[in-house]
Design a protein around this ligand. Structure first.
Ligand code: SER
Ligand code: ZN
Length: 530
């Protein structure tokens, strides 16, 4: 990235012959101020040329790492200090003209952005010309964010095509020399009628499917979440847009969020034309319905921990109130996955236990490490299945579109660990596609405490962490490895089955639909009721 621009400084009076020495000295000072703080002076700024015209000093400046707004302000402040003390000349005004930002690579930016005048896009380089900026503009956070956006775009353009970070951290031993089953549990659950497709990526879970999902989830909560001291809360599942602005979701994942709109009015009479139309035609055309709705002011639960940061946002936290350890399992999350929707494994509406915590960095790290070790016990001893853990691009970077380099695995640093379980029906263990990500475990550093302004009363740093347990995915992966026959289940799951009788499956004249489906259901009934 390179910046160029013309800084026009208005002085308190015209310069004359007597000022020339002081002026030359002042320009030298400006040059020094432009490289201040840069180890390599090349990274700072330079004065390419300068001239004085009556009361104006006009300097052509370029820079690399030093943002052009900062460079302009450094020019101003330096001149004010040196000319002020040597010649009692003040600075009246400053303008940055013809400023441009040159970026390596081809990037796309809207000319609707504030301060952008025009854009020249080449193959290897993009040049963004800025409008003339006054002193007030130069100090605005909008400009800072614009320039930050451009540098992120440049970084991303340089990384294009590189895969996301994935580093194996740990894996279980091989438990099944020959798999117990090679069947796809998604198929069985659907064919035997335990679940029925409601709409794309959405299912109805009959009582028996719900029972199975709850079994794995309840045991997880009982074995991992409660013993570690987390308590249950209920979070909203529809978020005002402002929340997504703070978490970054509206920038990073807007393409996969589901939005919600309120009606324009509560007065049912104002809907009459539409309701009459639907009555007579028995149709509900979305574009007509849309006319009666407000713009989407909400999006549906995406990461599930957002309300936690909102709750503590703006509050002052003391040592007695931390660590805070909560979990929420109260409702679904929504992700519009345009491609690749499959079975219960990749859906638009899913259920998750979201575990959240807040505290000082050392507390947050310790809680993460305790959770990690309990997760491992849960996978190894309770479900007794094959698993692995990977250090991945943190979800809070991925979902906020932030560009950050992922550092190598370090247990004491912010980052995300993914849990993956083997799906024998998809292929051998060596095949990356045969592993399903069922959950993750992260600490975020100050990624959320900063934008939400969660503060400690004595100014200590506060961090947060979260972990998501995808209920559908844990169940399907368990069934993919251990099958539907409880003889092949580990003791804690068999025990659950014995203590909690499962509900009857749905069997009507026409349901399940197919003969194989009916046979699958019969088999299942034999397995579960003995
Ligand atoms: N909030 C985290 C995520 O969305 C964990 O569930 O991945
Ligand atoms: Zn989360």
């Amino acid at each position: 990235m390179r910046f160029k621009g013309v800084v026009r400084i208005e002085l308190s009076r015209s310069l004359n012959q007597d000022d020339s020495k002081a002026l030359e000295e002042a320009i030298r000072e400006v040059s020094l101020s432009l490289v201040k703080g840069f180890r390599d002076p090349e990274d700072g700024g330079r004065v390419l040329s300068w001239r004085s015209e009556d009361r104006f000093l006009v300097l052509e400046v370029e820079s690399r790492r030093l943002r052009i707004d900062e460079a302009a302000m450094r020019v101003r402040n330096s001149l004010e200090a040196s000319l002020g003390s040597s010649r009692r000349i003040g600075v009246r005004d400053i303008e940055l003209e013809s400023a441009l930002v040159e970026i390596d690579g081809e990037i796309r930016v809207s000319t609707k952005l504030p301060f952008v005048k025009s854009i020249e896009a080449g193959d290897k380089q993009t040049t963004i010309h800025l409008k003339t900026l006054g002193e007030k503009d130069l100090k605005k956070p909008i400009l800072l964010r614009l320039l930050r956006l451009l540098s992120e775009k440049e970084l991303k353009a340089g990384w294009r095509g590189k895969t996301e970070h994935w580093q194996l951290v740990k894996e279980s031993k091989i438990k099944f020399t020959t798999p117990i089953t090679m069947e796809d549990p998604n198929k069985i659950l659907e064919e035997a009628g335990l679940v029925k497709r409601f709409s794309i990526g959405q299912w109805l879970y009959t009582p028996l499917a719900t029972y199975l999902m709850n079994m794995v989830r309840e045991i997880f909560i009982r074995e991992v979440v409660i013993p570690l001291g987390f308590t249950e809360a209920v979070f909203p599942k529809m978020y005002p847009l402002e929340i997504g602005l703070k978490t970054g979701h509206l920038r990073g994942t807007i393409n996969s969020m589901v939005f919600a709109s309120l009606p324009k009015t509560y007065n049912i009479e104002e809907f009459e034309e539409l309701t009459d139309y639907m009555y007579v035609t028995n149709e509900a055309p979305p574009e007509e319905v849309g006319n009666y709705l407000r713009y989407p002011e909400y999006f549906l639960c995406y990461a599930q921990c957002e309300p936690f940061y909102w709750f503590f946002g703006g509050e002052l936290i003391d040592d007695a109130s931390i660590p805070v350890k909560w979990f929420d399992r109260s409702g679904p999350s929504f992700r519009w996955e345009s491609g690749g929707i499959y079975g219960l494994e990749r859906v638009i509406e899913f259920h998750r236990v979201e575990i959240v915590w807040l505290g000082r960095p050392e507390q947050v790290i310790q809680i993460r490490n305790e959770l990690l070790s309990e997760y491992e016990k849960f996978m190894d001893r309770v479900l007794d299945i094959e698993w692995r853990e990977a250090w991945v691009t943190p979800w809070y970077y991925e979902q906020s579109g932030a560009v950050e380099r992922v550092e190598e695995f370090n247990i004491d640093r912010p980052g995300t660990i993914d849990f993956e379980l083997w799906l024998p029906y998809r292929g051998p263990r060596e095949d990356r596609k045969a592993w399903l990500e069922v959950g993750n475990l992260s600490i975020h550093g100050t990624k959320f405490t900063e934008p939400f302004r969660i503060k400690h009363n004595r100014g200590e740093t506060l961090w947060t962490g979260c972990s998501g347990f995808g209920s559908q995915r844990w169940l399907t992966a368990f069934l993919a490895q251990r099958g539907f026959n409880p003889d092949n289940w580990p003791p804690k799951l068999r025990d659950y089955l014995n203590r909690n009788p499962p509900p009857e499956p749905v069997a009507t004249v026409t349901y399940p639909k197919t003969r194989t489906g009916r046979e699958e259901l019969e088999k299942l009934v034999k397995f579960l009721w003995r």
